[in-house]
Design a protein around this ligand. Structure first.
Ligand code: DUT
Ligand code: MG
Length: 156
């Protein structure tokens, strides 16, 4: 008999008043990298995002991202392709010590107004490991073959 231990980190969610009745963020397929986030806008007042505009859309939850991880908020490709909807600060960063409501900064790069209704899956969040570096100031950079070459220095 094989015993499979669940080694996944736990993501604790705290539902806020505006998240009442919303489905939990969820992975929509077995191997999905991101869990879809839903819009916690007022049922009676959908949000219309005009072309060229941006809006901070609430998710209705506080996420306790486990220590040594981050939440990366990314656009959904379907909304981006069909409607020009993206996350302006993509990938958005949710820190493990953040205890406010997670919000999604959507921008409409399309040509039509886009209506965001309550419960709509507006973006996805990937939980990713984070390494914090020790920061040390030094006076000279070590030598390498590349040196200061960058920004296309190796050709296209
Ligand atoms: O798309 C996002 C990006 C950020 N945040 C929250 C969680 C994150 O931990 C906090 C701060 O984000 P960030 O560090 O990107 O913003 P900042 O402009 O540097 O603000 P701060 O000075 O608060 O760090 O805001 C979101 O809810 N959604
Ligand atoms: Mg910051």
């Amino acid at each position: 008999m094989t015993i499979h231990h669940d080694t996944r980190p736990t993501l604790n969610l705290i539902r806020l008043a505006n998240g009442e009745g919303l489905d939990l963020p969820a992975y929509e397929s077995k191997g999905a990298a991101g869990m879809d986030l839903r819009a916690a806008v007022d049922e009676a007042a959908p949000l219309t995002l005009l072309p060229g505009k941006r809006a901070l859309v609430p998710t209705g939850f506080i996420f306790e991202i486990p220590e040594h991880f981050e939440g990366q908020i990314r656009p959904r490709s379907g909304l981006a392709f069909k409607n020009g909807i993206t996350c302006l600060n993509s990938p958005g960063t949710v820190d493990s010590d953040y205890r406010g409501e997670v919000k999604v900064l959507l921008a409409n790069l399309g040509e039509e107004p886009f209506v965001i209704s309550r419960g709509m899956r507006i973006a996805q969040m990937v939980i990713a490991p984070v390494t914090q570096a020790r920061i040390a100031e030094i006076t000279e950079a070590s030598e390498t073959t590349r040196g200061a070459g960058g920004f296309g220095s190796t050709g296209v």
